[in-house]
Write a protein that binds this ligand. Sequence first.
Ligand code: BGC
Length: 745
Amino acid sequence: MRPETGDSRQPVAERAISAELADRVAALMARMSLEDKIAQMALVQAGEGSPIESLGDEIRSGRVGAVLNLVDRDAVNELQRIAIEESALGIPLLFGRDVIHGFQTILPLPLGQAASWNPEVVRAGARVAAQEAARAGVNWTFAPMVDIARDPRWGRVAESLGEDVFLAGHLARAMVAGFQGESLSDPGSIAACAKHFAGYGTSESGRDYATTNIPDNELHNVYLPPFKACIDQGAASLMTSFSDLDGIPASAHSGLLRDVLRDQWAFEGIVVSDWESIPQLSIHGLTADDREAAIAAANAGVELEMASDTYARHLAAAVQSGHVSLATIDTAVARILRLKFELGLFEAPYAQAADDPEAAQQTALQVARKAALQSMVLLVNRNDLLPLDAGRIKKLALIGPLADDAYEQLGTWIFDGDPTLSVSALDGIRELLGGQVEIAHLPVLETSRSRDLADIDAAVAAVHAADATVLFLGEEAILSGEAHSRADIDLPGAQVQLVRRLHAVGKPLIAVILAGRPLTLSNIVDEVDAILYAWHPGSMGGPAIADLLFGIASPSGKLPVTFPRAVGQIPLYYNARNTGKPPLPETVVQIDDIPVRAPQTSFGMSAFHLDVDHTPLFCFGHGLSYTRFEYSNLQVSPAQIRPGESVQISVDLRNCGRRGAEEILQLYVRDPVASITRPVRELKGFERVRVEPGQTVRVEFRLSTDDLKFYNRQRGWVLEPGRFQVWVGGDSNSNLAGEFQLIDA
Ligand code: BGC
């Protein structure tokens, strides 16, 4: 029996292939030679200089199926015209681009968007990004990246939706829905691409492109489901990973690309290689040369080759020699052509400018602002230092290299971002406060990496003189993203010294941290009184920071990743398995307490490091608010369910503070005894709810028995009867608990 896979509670948006579409594809293919077909499998880079000159002739002679990295509407339209009017078959082109978190208008990093835990915010962001990109001629984005990321050293954690399979899957669906809209052929819709299939996020020690080792249990229960979620949402394409999974690089991994993707999941969209990942099969050591690499990738089921040309050079001969079947080529080309029909490119091939560019721009900025506001996470707020009361502040000190850097706050992957749209924190705060507050702005460090503290005295004086001080710390955009991994994830440069010198002044300090990853903050967490984690918040980061610092809105983001205390704890993630010797909550060991010359000590003999507390600095799901929420009265009903039934978990959420705010309630589940050991907790539901002061709302979650399934040693999805524990709360440490029994049918 075929194993069941994925999250079956969600309605499946099938990319059903109508008979009419199949007929159109077949009729076109009947007119195509083998060379014409193989040309459709080429995704070619628009090089430097004039694309019309460099690509025009190739397109005219039918040798290109898709173009990458061209975002000039006139050039795109001209190449499209050449393909349609001057090539023999008149097949329109795909134009692909990395539209990762916005196009001209930049949204928070995907990791920041994930901290909003708000699928609607994510959908709306992808929608405006798609609309802006479509106007520039893009009809295919290489997003969302749905690699589960448990290693903050990895630069691409910035581009991920975090460490959790449930959260990432839901938000990835929302992103696909935003890019693709109601229909791929709608104006402003572009095809999505879930990447990188599969396992890329686990590269050893966070070194980009490095080997991955993922046991079947983790692969199926953690790394694959977000891809399945995208497919269920109708994602048009998938991209292979650069990485090697258990000895087979992903671009030749037929176990993933055929057995899982096609046979089990029945995916009918297209699979594209990553950049030159087909010739790289030989660098990995799987194939001897480009010819073998092309054969391996084509046979594994990669339909389009990105940037390199091994298909163009070798596939025709490989078909003639019988190394690749004509059926394989036909299947690939049918899928590619189908997408072109679905995008409506045969009917409406040309990109159009916005009817009202000014209105479109304003809408995009509003969407970016809301996303930025909801993505920021208040990590620390001692003595309720925040929000600041603008009415009581006469002098404000804004210090640090990232207070007024409209570019760096945009983050990685912003090829098309317009830095002139970006509003820095300094400008956002000025705009909010008007002329009523005197602002001293002192970067002290030129960039986040600078070590020169020559200007520190002026900053010390400014802190002395100010009624409030905000430090803008973090990482520049270039320190995260592809091929930008770090082994040390402390604040770079002399920022820690900067914090210490200012802490010594003895006045409260607020830190706003702009970064592309979770940083290790142990060395500043006790030196500041409040920390607002802003990620790289995009174009409207500044106004969002201003609104949160001055209490126009309450912070409502929650961490989509665990923040370790020290880099040596990595990987550290909330949904780990228990081990036979888990540390007890009270396990605290100081390395200095260990007796000298003791042959062995027995500090609990459990799974922790001697030199760092075993807990994270901030747990998954953590995020404070300007109000206080109280959870109570958890009820689980019924107490027993059977397969196919569902259980309702409800809780009271009371706002005990004095301001209205949004809270993200989180539902966690544990299967304490199973045929394979299961995580100590797994997120199975979340809900963003607004509650007014003094108000109590009752929030209900519904768990179906499908939510309790897992992939087991027999390589199938199973539901095992027994006791299940549940917790609801504002983070992954909640101890408001309940339970229910799943009994046999
Ligand atoms: C990245 C992909 C990206 C592609 C095209 C590669 O290096 O891994 O994620 O879509 O380049 O820019």
